[in-house]
Design a protein around this ligand. Structure first.
Ligand SMILES: Cc1cc2nc3c(=O)[nH]c(=O)nc-3n(C[C@H](O)[C@H](O)[C@H](O)COP(=O)(O)OP(=O)(O)OC[C@H]3O[C@@H](n4cnc5c(N)ncnc54)[C@H](O)[C@@H]3O)c2cc1C
Length: 389
């Protein structure tokens, strides 16, 4: 009998899982949000926001299965039944949840937040619609003054893209060393050195209130500084998003084979930005990068095929995919995840290569202009753990 698998989400992880399962002869139904064109989210800032691409040019190829555009509202873990926006219900032999993440927004205590959002002068930068909103606002003022609230990779990369495009950009970050929690302090300090000659940076500060005027937005920081722009972009990272009953901010915890720990033995898997991993003996973490989400989608598919008796055991999922971003003419590259509790070891100062270790085990790499070194070092990641599997 052919097994049927439901896949929720057609981004990096969902598309990879679909391709792998479809190629193995499994019947797949792939769900996207109602009215959504599955797209490559990495192009929201690099393509659409800066006017290089129209949203349809960032569309993803369909992976061999025509998606069902009907948002999954809820999952019944017991029966593996999904309830759809249209009111329909479908039951599956297995499910892969690949619903990704949503952008964190500014706290609601920030006075004036909702008015700034309503007028389009305050936006996140996550969906294609966000990209179009930024593009259209930039087109009204050339050069535009853009405030970027956040210090992670999307904030840094967007500051660099907009500066290169001739806009007057300011970065506002809560941390004194933006990005340190995501990529470790050594690489984050180097990034800061790259930003500072290029544009204003208000560090160690956060927004206290926002005032929207007919032609601009003014953000008042917690030290009283007032910064004005045509547009303010919030890039405060992401939180996982999943259908009920797992809509909370904690995402979907998974085991070493990406099986959902919320529903053990129910053949429900999670991959990509929604999945929460547990490295042996250490803290939980998520990896919200494109190539790693793709790798997780493929791994979840293999684990599922294994559990259905159709494939070999893919063994423990260990993150080794690389990610890279261009920032002010330099390439920040990394692999793995520097989870809480990692120590850092600088292997090379110039170009910078930092190894993040849990005890003696290298679990992540970050480097600047160190693409070759990172690739040379990749086989060392998790090596001892992999040998014990
Ligand atoms: C502006 C920006 C730039 C980025 N640049 C980079 C980069 O340069 N390099 C990099 O590695 N990463 C980058 N990322 C991160 C990368 O895009 C994500 O890590 C990746 O998209 C995660 O893949 P995913 O499959 O988990 O989620 P997504 O790609 O977000 O896909 C999830 C899909 O599921 C759909 N969905 C959600 N809920 C439901 C539901 N209930 N029913 C049906 N469908 C649903 C969503 O609408 C979405 O289409 C960037 C992110 C942003 C926002």
């Amino acid at each position: 009998m052919t097994s049927t698998v439901g896949i929720i989400g057609a981004g990096a992880a969902g598309t990879a899982a679909t391709k792998a399962l479809h190629a193995s002869g499994v019947d797949v139904e792939l769900f996207t949000r109602t009215g959504e064109q599955p797209s490559n989210r990495t192009l929201v800032n690099k393509g659409v926001a800066i006017g290089l691409l129209e949203p349809h040019q960032a569309a993803l190829p369909d992976g061999g299965v025509v998606p069902t555009a009907d948002t999954v509202r809820a999952i019944d873990p017991r029966t593996r039944e999904v309830r759809l926006d249209s009111g329909e219900r479908r039951a599956f032999d297995a499910l892969v949840i690949a619903s990704g993440s949503r952008p964190r927004i500014l706290d609601e205590e920030i006075i004036g937040r909702d008015e700034a959002v309503r007028t389009g002068r305050l936006t996140t930068l996550h969906s294609m619609a966000d990209g179009v909103r930024v593009r259209d606002r930039l087109a009204h003022a050339s050069p535009a003054r853009v405030l970027i609230l956040g210090g992670g990779l999307v904030a840094s990369e967007t500051a660099s893209l907009l500066t290169d495009a001739g806009h007057d950009t300011a970065l506002i970050a809560r941390s004194l060393v933006p990005g340190a929690s995501a990529i470790g302090e050594p690489a984050a300090r180097r990034l800061l050195d790259l930003h500072q000659p290029q544009h204003a940076a208000y560090l160690g500060r956060s927004a206290r209130s926002i005032r929207t005027h007919s032609d601009r937005v003014a953000v008042v920081l917690d030290d009283g500084t007032r910064v004005e722009g045509d547009l303010a972009i919030v890039a405060h990272g992401t939180a996982p998003t999943a259908p009920a009953p797992w809509t909370g901010p904690e995402g979907i915890p998974v085991d070493s084979h990406l099986r959902s720990l919320h529903a053990p033995d129910r053949r429900i898997y999670a991959a990509g930005g929604v999945a929460v991993h547990h490295y042996p003996g250490h803290s939980a973490y998520r990896i919200d990068h494109w190539d790693d989400s793709t790798a997780q989608g493929a791994h979840a598919a293999q684990a599922l095929l294994h559990d259905l008796g159709m494939a070999a055991d893919p063994r423990t999922y260990l993150p080794v995919s690389t990610f890279s971003v261009r920032i002010h003419g330099h390439t920040l590259i990394g692999a793995g995840h520097p989870a809480l509790g990692t120590s850092t070891r600088i292997v090379s100062a110039d170009p910078l290569l930092v190894v993040h270790q849990l005890g003696e085990v290298p679990v992540a790499l970050t480097g600047i202009d160190a693409t070759r070194l990172v690739h040379e070092y990749l086989p060392e990641l998790h090596a001892q753990v992999a040998a014990r599997r």
